[in-house]
Design a protein around this ligand. Structure first.
Ligand SMILES: Cc1ncc(COP(=O)(O)O)c(C=O)c1O
Length: 385
C-alpha cells in the first residue's frame, strides 16, 4: 500500500514502538504511588515532561500536561481557559476560525450555549485567517482566541505569532491547535507567543491516545476532567506513562526527521503536484503552497467525484482522503473546503494527499501514473453520489 494519508495518522516509528514496549515492561508503576515502583515511574515522567518542554521551547516543564490526544487538549484549553477567564475578569467572548478542526469548533459552539459570544473568522481562498476580521472581533470582552497553527485538510499555516500579539494587546489569551504541525514545522511556544497549544502523538509517528496540552504559567485554566490531582491538578486520571514515554520519543524522532529530511518531504510533495499536473489534465491545487505544511497537497480534479476516486484508489492500493479522514462517509464537501469558497462540485472533486517521511519518489510516480488512468476512467462514467 502507498500511504498518502498521513495527516489522518502516521505509522508508529520503530524506535518509538521499542520505547513503548520497554516502558510498558520496565515502568509499570503508578507515578502517583509513594513506593519505589511509583517513584521510578514518577522520575521518568518528570524526564519526559522536561524533554517535551525542551522541544517546544517551553520555559518550564510544569507547563506540559499529558492528555489523551488532540481532541482532549483542544477541549480542555478552549473550555478551561474561556471559563476561567470569565470567572476571573468577566470576559465572555471567544474567537476562532472557520477552518478549525471540530475539536475546537465544537467546544466553541458549546461555550456559545453557555452564554459566551463565539465569533468564527472567515478565511481567504488559501485558508489564511482574515486579519482585519480578527481585529474587528477583538475587544475588552475577548477571553480567548483559538486558531490552529496548521490545517489538517489543506495544510494552511496561520500567522500565529501575529495573532498572539494582537490578542495580547487587548488582554485575551491565545490557544493554537498544533496537532498537524509537529514533525513538519518548528513548534516553539515562545516564538508563537501562545498561552496554550495542543499536540497528538499519533500525528508524529507515536501511538494513538496520548497528547500534550502546553499551558503557559499563569494562564487562567479551569480543569474539566475531575477526580484527581494528577498533572498539577490540570488533568485528572492515572498517568499512562508508557504512552507518554513513546510520545516523548516520537516528538524527538519526528523533530530529527524534520530537521534532516524536511526539505526532501517538501520536494516529494512538490513532485506529486508536478507529476499530477503533467499527467492528469484538469488538476488544480487548493490553497497556496507558500503558506502550506510541506507534506500536504489538497488537489481538485475536474469532473470527478472524490468519493468514487478514493474508492478506486483504495482498490489500487493508494491511501488518501477526501475532506478529512473522519469524514470518509460524508458526501458533502468539508467545512474547510467550503470556507475557502469552493463550490460543492469543486469540493466534491478534492482529494487530500498527505505524505510522510517513509514515502518515496517511486511511490509518487506510481500514484501519478495510476491517477492518469483512473481519473479519465471516472470522468467517462456518470456521477452517482
Ligand atoms: C488539526 C487537528 N486537531 C485535532 C485533531 C484530533 O486529534 P486526536 O486524533 O488526537 O484526538 C486532529 C486529528 O485529526 C487534527 O488533525
Amino acid at each position: 500500500m502507498i500511504n498518502f494519508d498521513q495527516n489522518a495518522t502516521t505509522p508508529v516509528d520503530e524506535e518509538v514502538l521499542q520505547e513503548l514496549i520497554r516502558a510498558t515492561r520496565e515502568l509499570d508503576g503508578n507515578s502517583s504511588s509513594g513506593h519505589a515502583l511509583g517513584a521510578k515511574a514518577g522520575k521518568y515522567l518528570r524526564q519526559c515532561r522536561e524533554r517535551v518542554a525542551k522541544i517546544l521551547n517551553a520555559s518550564d516543564a510544569d507547563e506540559i500536561v499529558f492528555t489523551s490526544g488532540g481532541t482532549e487538549s483542544d477541549n480542555a484549553a478552549v473550555r478551561g481557559i474561556a471559563y476561567a477567564m470569565r470567572a476571573e475578569s468577566g470576559r465572555d467572548e471567544v474567537v476562532t476560525s472557520a477552518i478549525e478542526h471540530r475539536a475546537v469548533l465544537a467546544p466553541c459552539d458549546w461555550l456559545a450555549q453557555q452564554g459566551f459570544k463565539s465569533t468564527v473568522l472567515p478565511v481567504d481562498a488559501n485558508g489564511v485567517v482574515d486579519m482585519s476580521a480578527l481585529r474587528d472581533a477583538l475587544g475588552p470582552k475577548t477571553a480567548l482566541v483559538s486558531i490552529m497553527l496548521a490545517n489538517n485538510e489543506i495544510g494552511t499555516i496561520q500567522p500565529i505569532a501575529e495573532i498572539s500579539k494582537l490578542a495580547h494587546e487587548i488582554g485575551a489569551k491565545v490557544h493554537t491547535d498544533a496537532v498537524q504541525a509537529a514533525g513538519k514545522l518548528p513548534v516553539d511556544v515562545n516564538a508563537l507567543g501562545v498561552d496554550s497549544l495542543s499536540l497528538s502523538a499519533h500525528k508524529f509517528y507515536g501511538p494513538k491516545g496520548v497528547g500534550v496540552l502546553y499551558i503557559r504559567k499563569g494562564t487562567p485554566y479551569e480543569c474539566f476532567m475531575l477526580g484527581g490531582t494528577h498533572e498539577g491538578g490540570r488533568r485528572a486520571g492515572t498517568v499512562p506513562l508508557p504512552q507518554i514515554a513513546a510520545l516523548t520519543k516520537a516528538l524527538e524522532v519526528s523533530e530529527e526527521k524534520r530537521l534532516k529530511h524536511g526539505k526532501e518531504l517538501r520536494a516529494l510533495r512538490d513532485q506529486l503536484i508536478a507529476e499530477l499536473q503533467a499527467k492528469v489534465p484538469g488538476t488544480h491545487v487548493n490553497g497556496s503552497l507558500d503558506t502550506c505544511t510541506p507534506n500536504t497537497a489538497s488537489i481538485r480534479f475536474d469532473g470527478v467525484y472524490g468519493g468514487h476516486l478514493l474508492r478506486r484508489m483504495d482498490e489500487e492500493g493508494i491511501l488518501a482522503s477526501a475532506g478529512s479522514a473522519c469524514m470518509w462517509e460524508i458526501t458533502k464537501p468539508s467545512h474547510v473546503l467550503t470556507a475557502l469558497g469552493l463550490s460543492d462540485e469543486q469540493g466534491g472533486g478534492t482529494i487530500r494527499f498527505s505524505l510522510g517521511y517513509s514515502n518515496t519518489a517511486a511511490e509518487v510516480t506510481e500514484v501519478a501514473d495510476k491517477l492518469a488512468r483512473l481519473v479519465p476512467e471516472l470522468r467517462a462514467q456518470p456521477i452517482e453520489k
